[in-house]
Design a protein around this ligand. Structure first.
Ligand code: MN
Length: 498
């Protein structure tokens, strides 16, 4: 995904009071900043300069244009001078795109020896931005406030995170997700209100009978299968028993056929992700393993057992992380290691971990699967790189959606795990195992997550604000007492804020 195709508009607020000369300087400075942001390596989207807005009408018109411009994903607003904020009511009331308030100043330093009232008149964002901030807060609108000089790398990083969140949010609008079969029977957290999700998140989720997919899988040509099997052989360390002429080579061909069928189905319906469930595979030869892993690798959202919320989240995370080193995957907290002073979580799934988080070349293997009653599925087996990561989950609390994020640090496995036939990650949750896992459970976080090597809690916080949903963070500074109180306070807040 090329994020440069997406636009963020740089909008400077002012008023007519200052006269032509000052407004000319305001426009020049704004252009300089917009150009610098556009050219900054840290900012992945196109930043477009917009003419200074000086009246209610101009503000309204700019917001209206931003709403209807398909590739405009958000607005960065800055008040170089003073822009009386009642002028912003009309525009902000209709603005449907994410908002970042850049609280900056054109001059980095005060020109001590030459500063006069002309300089003060021009460089008054210190109070002009406060007037704007009041109105956004008065209107109870979510936005991100970034403070600092516009050339400061830290400021650029904060803007970077927001633009990535906005790209993920933009991608969700009108997105379609396919469920093959329904939910894993009796499972709670993967359920949820799909109508409310479409209202809140902008994406739709619909179910397709597994038979419809089976028909597409059957229609895949042998020539296509030949080509994909060749690609498997070139890209992965293929197990001996899967190679041509070996006993289970036909299973590899079946797996390739499933991948191609899924790909055709998703392309034909313009889907951005999917779910399946091992309890609804009638007519399928194998549970999709390598297919799900590679489709995630191509940017599709995925989650198992009908978990559409996690599938959509994985997709959004892939868009947000576009172009960054590291990957994003569907994940499940699987097994614990409770060694004193070295507590670890082993994350995995029964098959479907995205190849984008593989450390080195993956092995392509085939092993039996204890559940589902189908033929042995082919899968990619690999370790994942060490380093900082996050786990993110969206749950339906009945009266609202909650996004929960746990900052973790992945570690290299000390042992080789030779008998584990699935891709895996080992991590330590912050602030520590006991607090991190207890907090996750108090918050009702799912066992399924989106696992990311290249996003931080900042991206997810910005994203949750754009969606207008609750955000709960378990990080380095989480105190379990405070966290439990925060959940209680949020409970009251979301009852009152209806
Ligand atoms: Mn699962």
């Amino acid at each position: 995904m090329d994020l440069k195709k997406l636009e963020v508009w740089f909008v400077t607020g002012s008023q007519h009071l200052y006269g032509e000369e000052t407004l000319k300087q305001v426009a020049e400075h704004s252009q300089t900043i917009a150009k610098a942001l556009n050219e900054a390596k840290q900012i992945p989207v196109t930043v477009v300069f917009k003419p200074t807005v000086k009246s209610s009408e101009e503000i309204y018109q700019t917001c209206q244009e931003a709403n209807t411009k398909p590739n405009c994903i958000g607005i960065i607003a800055w008040m170089h001078t003073f822009s009386p904020a009642k002028m912003w009511i009309g525009g902000l009331r209709i603005l449907q795109k994410p908002l970042l308030h850049l609280h900056t100043q054109f001059n980095r330093d005060i020109p001590w020896s030459s500063i006069d009232m002309d300089f003060m008149n021009l460089n008054q964002s210190a109070h002009g931005d406060r007037e704007f901030g009041f109105m956004v807060s008065r209107m109870r609108l979510n936005r991100k406030v970034v403070t600092g000089h516009w050339q400061d790398p830290n400021v650029l990083e904060r803007i970077n995170a927001w633009t990535r969140a906005a790209a993920g949010w933009h991608d969700w609008q009108g997105a379609k997700f396919a469920r093959f079969g329904d939910n894993m029977r009796y499972v709670a957290v993967t359920e949820g209100d799909k109508v409310e999700a479409e209202l809140k998140f902008g994406y739709s989720v619909n179910t397709y009978g597994i038979g419809d997919l089976v028909d597409v899988v059957k229609s895949v040509s042998d020539a296509e299968v030949d080509t994909l099997v060749k690609e498997y052989g070139e890209k992965y360390n293929l197990a001996e028993n899967l190679k041509k002429g070996s006993a289970q080579h036909n299973s590899l061909r079946d797996a390739a056929r499933i991948e191609l069928g899924l790909r055709h189905f998703l392309e034909a319906g313009s889907f951005k992700g999917f779910t399946d469930t091992f309890e609804d595979l009638h007519g399928m030869v194998q549970l999709p393993g390598i297919a799900a892993q590679r489709l995630m690798g191509s940017g599709y959202g995925f989650a198992g057992e009908g978990d559409w919320k996690t599938s959509a989240l994985v997709r959004a995370m892939k868009v947000m992380g576009s172009g960054l080193p590291g990957g994003n995957s569907f994940m499940e907290d699987y097994t614990y290691h409770f060694e004193p002073n070295n507590n670890l979580v082993l994350g995995s799934h029964m098959l479907e971990i995205c190849e984008s988080i593989a450390d080195g070349t993956a092995n392509c293997e085939i092993h039996p699967l204890g559940i589902g009653g189908k033929a042995d599925p082919v899968r990619l087996v690999f370790n994942s790189a060490a380093g900082p990561a996050i786990n993110a989950s969206i749950v339906d609390m009945g009266n609202r959606f909650r996004m929960l994020v746990n900052e973790v640090v992945a570690v290299k496995p000390k042992e080789s795990l030779p008998k584990l036939p699935v891709a895996r990650v080992l991590w330590k949750p912050y602030p520590d195992m006991a607090t991190g896992c207890s907090a996750w459970i108090y918050a009702g976080g799912a066992h399924h997550t989106g696992y990311s090597q290249n996003l931080t809690s900042e991206h997810m916080r910005d994203f949750a604000d754009m969606a207008g949903i609750e955000f709960a963070l378990i990080g380095k500074n989480t105190d379990i007492h405070q966290f439990r109180n925060e959940l209680r306070w949020n409970e009251a807040y979301y009852q009152l804020n209806k």
